[in-house]
Design a protein around this ligand. Structure first.
Ligand code: THU
Length: 142
């Protein structure tokens, strides 16, 4: 059983690798699979700006590209100059990526400010009425 603290530590570790020459805002994510594996991700910026990818999507795309499809939680930390400061909530695009692979009422999003302080949501709280894979199944309209 992976604890919240363990997940927070993994997110903080991932943040160290953030590539942020433009914003100097470093983000780390630790994504937990249903069978207990952890995939880490950091944000990776780009001189052309729009190719920048968030820490959460880095973690998801690493995991999905390794064959993972079932996730139970993600922990996110972030801060300017790599110093943890307040809570870093996932952007709308990352919430939508989570919606593709996660059960909205079950998948947990843990926002940590340090190892002792975190807030926890489920995806449906941060992305209500989301558009997901089942919306494209005409035989089973929602
Ligand atoms: N960023 C993330 O990696 N995740 C978030 O949840 C919010 C924003 C990154 C993108 C960009 O590299 C920097 O933070 C500033 O927006």
């Amino acid at each position: 059983m992976v604890t919240e603290k363990e997940l927070i530590r993994k997110a903080i570790e991932a943040m160290e690798y953030a590539y942020t020459p433009y914003s100097d805002f470093q983000v780390g994510a630790a994504l937990l699979t249903e069978d207990g594996k952890i995939y880490q991700g950091c944000n990776i910026e780009n001189a052309a700006y729009t190719p920048t990818v968030c820490a959460e999507r880095t973690a998801f795309f690493k995991a999905v590209s390794q064959g993972e499809r079932h996730f139970s939680a993600i922990c996110i930390v972030g801060g300017k100059h790599g110093i943890l400061s307040g809570y870093t909530a996932p952007c709308g695009v990352c919430r939508q990526v989570m919606r593709e692979f996660c059960q909205p009422d079950v998948f947990r999003i843990i926002l940590a400010r340090d190892e002792e302080h975190w807030k926890e949501y489920v995806l449906s709280e941060l992305l209500p009425e989301g558009f997901g894979p089942e919306n494209l199944q005409s035989e089973n309209p929602k």
